[in-house]
Design a protein around this ligand. Structure first.
Ligand code: ADP
Ligand code: ASP
Ligand code: MG
Length: 411
């Protein structure tokens, strides 16, 4: 008997009718002779609503512990409703919250990492013939506090549960029928990728392709969990995310991603001497603020400028910390710019191919799009541009690298 973990996103459980449809799918998998664990997100729009309420109630800086108690509640509604539906349809089911399963996480509220998932209760319930329905996005820290995993984190719950149960595979059901060469809702020429390596998917997700939560791909890779991305509205076989193999498309560029969630911070007139960068960045990392791209300008008369990006949601926290540290180190001016986005191209074939970056930059330049920052890794090139050019940049890069056609971007 196979153990299968199925995760359904917010749009898939947006209303009672959709919940009933999803329930039928789950029942079919169960009837086929499998043990089924279902992981659910909150109903569409619910987490946004709760986040907004927390913000309004606190002038934008809610208490972190209570924030997690509040925003995790959306999943309690969806799993209980879903289990009610399954039972009404004549099937045995049980809903479980993160702290009931015991999904152990770190203590970082709103951005916790899963450390371990206890499997005992899940196995007990499966043995009783029940469909186990678990709340995504949430866990519990060692003090017993409820934590959440960051927006989109239900994917990570599902993969972590699949890894712990040694499930045969994990299916992520969403509102598109697979992973595409770029966001199909942004560009209609996007092409579905049948099979993609963990590494490429990791780069795409890290660059903002929200079809999978970044951390879920990390876990899938570490534990070798096969992940299928499928639509809950069709029977399409979707995309398989798995180890790199020889029949995978080995494109130079296989996808374009964008991230509108970044903000750019420039600290000007920073004394150019050892230890200063550490003093600037240590308070940020101590407060779990993730710094993404960093550039340091050439030094002039013993001073330099440092520009870096953080996520928009951490800008307020960063502002407070940087005001203090800038004074301490004698930096003069801090500029914040939220009007940016990050565009990335990803592909394993890039490692052995020269000229990819210059082709990307030329394509952006042809459209008059100015590049503010650049960063590269072995299989990814990212550029920060003005936010209003996001869509145009995605389309132009998709066309430039011929991503609408299989094997389209050979040089
Ligand atoms: P869910 O609520 O099911 O978790 P999400 O909204 O988090 O769904 O993720 C699905 C969305 O991801 C799609 O609707 C699509 O707009 C977006 N997306 C971004 N990049 C890609 C990509 N490369 N392939 C497929 N979808 C993508
Ligand atoms: N409900 C959470 C969110 O909207 C988690 C998820 O959907 O994955 O971010
Ligand atoms: Mg999601």
């Amino acid at each position: 008997m196979a153990v299968i973990v199925q995760k359904y996103g917010g749009t898939s459980v947006a209303n009672l009718e959709r919940i009933q449809n999803v329930a039928r799918r789950v029942i079919k998998t169960k009837e086929d002779g499998n043990d089924v664990v279902v992981v659910l997100s909150a109903m569409a729009g619910e987490t946004d609503r709760l986040v907004q309420m927390a913000s309004s109630a606190s002038g934008g800086t809610p208490d972190e512990r209570e924030y997690d108690v509040l925003v995790s509640s959306g999943e309690q509604v969806s799993i209980s409703l879903f289990s009610i539906v399954l039972k009404h349809m004549g099937y045995r089911a049980i809903s479980l919250l993160g702290h009931q399963v015991k999904i152990h996480t770190s203590e970082i509220h709103s951005n916790a990492r899963i450390l371990k998932v206890d499997t005992e209760l899940i196995y007990d319930e499966l043995k009783k013939g029940r469909i186990v329905v678990i709340a995504g996005f949430q866990g519990v820290d060692k003090e017993g506090n409820i934590t959440t995993l960051g927006r989109g984190g239900s994917d990570t719950s599902a993969v972590a549960i699949a890894a712990s149960l040694k499930a045969d595979y994990c299916e992520i059901f969403t509102d598109v029928d697979g992973v595409y060469t770029t966001d199909p809702n942004l560009y209609s020429k996007a092409r579905k990728i049948k099979k993609i390596s963990y590494d490429e998917m990791l780069s795409l997700a890290g660059a903002g392709a929200k079809v999978l939560h970044h951390r879920s791909v990390e876990l899938a890779k570490t534990y070798g969990v096969p992940v299928y991305v499928k639509s809950s509205f069709s029977e399409d076989s979707g995309t398989l995310v798995t180890k790199e193999d020889k029949d995978m498309e080995r494109e130079v560029v296989s996808g374009v991603a964008y991230d509108r969630d970044q903000a750019k911070i420039t600290v000007a007139h920073v004394p150019d001497k050892p230890g200063v960068a550490a003093r600037l960045f240590t308070p940020l990392s101590d407060h779990d603020i993730n710094v993404d791209m960093i550039i340091q300008n050439a030094s002039s008369e013993g001073y330099t400028d440092l520009t870096f990006t953080v996520s928009k949601k951490s800008i307020e926290k960063a502002r407070k910390l940087l005001d203090t540290v800038a004074k301490e180190i004698g930096a003069s001016l801090i500029d914040y710019d939220e009007n940016i986005s990050k565009i990335s191209i990803v592909g394993v074939g890039m490692q052995t191919q020269s000229g990819v970056a210059s082709k990307m930059f030329a394509a952006l330049a042809n459209e008059g799009i100015n590049i503010q920052m650049i960063s590269t890794s072995e299989i990814k090139i990212s550029a920060v541009i003005e936010a209003k050019y996001t869509e145009l940049a995605v389309r132009v890069l998709h066309d430039t690298f011929g991503l609408d056609q299989e094997n389209g971007n050979n040089y």
